[in-house]
Design a protein around this ligand. Structure first.
Ligand SMILES: *Cc1c(COP(=O)(O)O)cnc(C)c1O
Ligand SMILES: [Zn+2]
Length: 393
């Protein structure tokens, strides 16, 4: 299954292309027609939906990806203003939904016979890719910004990847790494590449199966690159095509006000998302000033009758506090934006107290920093020399 298709113009392309000539991101061209809930497999976690995925589980930690709890947290209803359900993605092995995409990426790499994978990230995606690679016996290269805090190095290093601190334009690394990856046969599983999106469909498949034969009124998730949002939207479209659901839940996306390019485009009624200046926020995991799948997420919100909401750091703090104090869960600040957005939508009358709404809590809040490790190799390189360095591994 290497055919890819553009959601925007319908143009097809073969792997390893990740972008359409029109500029929009590609996703896998899948045929879900035969799927129904009776066709789910007796496999662990996300692999239950093997029928809708291009690869089987490689085993190991990948078997722990997905299958996360959907909690009915009625004590948060008053704060939220809706009937609140929380999808606890912190239950994934490295503490975020990124494991769904990483697990599928590693499965694809093993199938194609390469012995290394890569990613560009200094956060959850770096940990997730490194952990899944480690469990599959693959090498892993993680490109991080030169000024990364040491505490993050320790978190990523525990899985023993090769870390390259790259100086130069970190934003340019997203495309540069994909180009180099094709040249050097290192699959880079960046935030919205087709295989990552495919794995991240399973968040929505699990939510819909839990509500079957109905659907929740709305699903709300924090959005940065737009990769997760794309996967969720694709899954809903596939279920509709298969006739497994009759209507799509409304999709609402949450951003931090300090860096909210998709929310700004939504409010302005723009057709496409433009880069913003971007400021500091406690929700650092979703501060992407130029999201590669921003326009795709914008389209998903519009076509499902949903929206995009920007919440400020005070609202995020209040929501994070409420989830801990009334829900008993510690989530990342980025993840708390979903509840903050729901509260705002309820105050504005877009969601009501009879609505069943799923807040996707994308990442876990509490984790112990490991002791500094000698395990990983950490080198410095300039972006202009990256090709040479990766080529001479
Ligand atoms: C990566 C991440 C997001 C954003 O996901 P995108 O696919 O980049 O939009 C949200 N929350 C957490 C905790 C994340 O790690
Ligand atoms: Zn296109």
């Amino acid at each position: 299954m290497t055919e890819r298709i553009c959601y925007a113009c319908g143009e097809r392309a073969a792997a390893p292309a990740t972008r359409c000539d029109c500029g929009e991101p590609l996703w896998l061209d899948t045929d879900p027609h035969d799927f129904d809930w009776n066709a789910v497999a007796d496999d662990p976690g996300m692999w239950r939906y093997a029928e809708l995925l291009p690869f089987d589980s490689p085993g190991g930690v990948a078997d722990a990806a997905g299958g996360t709890p959907l909690l009915r947290l009625s004590r948060l209803d008053e704060f939220a203003g809706v009937r609140l359900h929380l999808k606890d993605e912190g239950s994934n092995p490295t503490g975020s939904f990124k494991d769904r995409g990483s697990a599928l990426g590693v499965a694809a790499a093993l199938e194609s016979g390469v012995n290394i994978v890569g990613t560009v990230s200094h956060g959850n995606m770096a940990m997730s890719t490194a952990a899944n690679a480690a469990s599959a016996g693959l090498d892993c290269v993680v490109l991080v910004p030169d000024d990364i805090p040491e505490s993050r190095i320790d978190l990523i290093s525990q899985y023993g990847p090769r870390l390259l601190r790259v100086s130069g334009d970190y934003a340019a690394l997203y495309d540069r790494s994909l180009e180099l990856g094709v040249e050097l046969e290192i699959p880079f599983y960046n935030s919205d590449v087709p295989l990552r999106v495919e794995g991240q469909k399973t968040t929505a498949l699990e939510i819909c199966e839990a509500f079957a034969p109905g659907v929740p009124d709305a699903i709300v998730l924090p959005v940065s690159s737009g990769g997760h949002a794309s996967g969720v939207w694709k899954a809903l479209r596939e279920l509709k095509t298969a006739g497994t659901i009759d209507q799509l839940p409304r999709l609402y996306f949450a951003q931090a006000a300090a860096c909210a390019p998709i929310a700004e485009a939504f409010d302005a009624g723009d057709d496409a998302v433009s880069p913003v200046e971007g400021g500091e926020t406690i929700a650092y995991s979703i501060a992407n000033r130029d999201p590669p799948s921003g326009t795709r997420a914008l389209t998903a919100a519009r076509e499902t009758d949903g929206g995009v909401v920007a919440v400020d750091d005070d609202e995020i703090r209040a929501a994070r506090g409420a989830i801990a104090e009334s829900g008993g869960l510690s989530v990342e600040s980025a993840s708390a934006t979903s509840l903050a957005a729901i509260r705002r939508l309820a105050v504005d009358g877009e969601l009501g107290e009879e609505d069943d709404v799923v807040a996707v809590a994308t990442g876990r809040g509490v984790s112990e920093s490991p002791p500094s490790s000698e395990r990983a190799t950490v080198d410095r390189v300039d972006i202009d020399e990256l090709g040479e360095r990766l080529g001479s591994r």
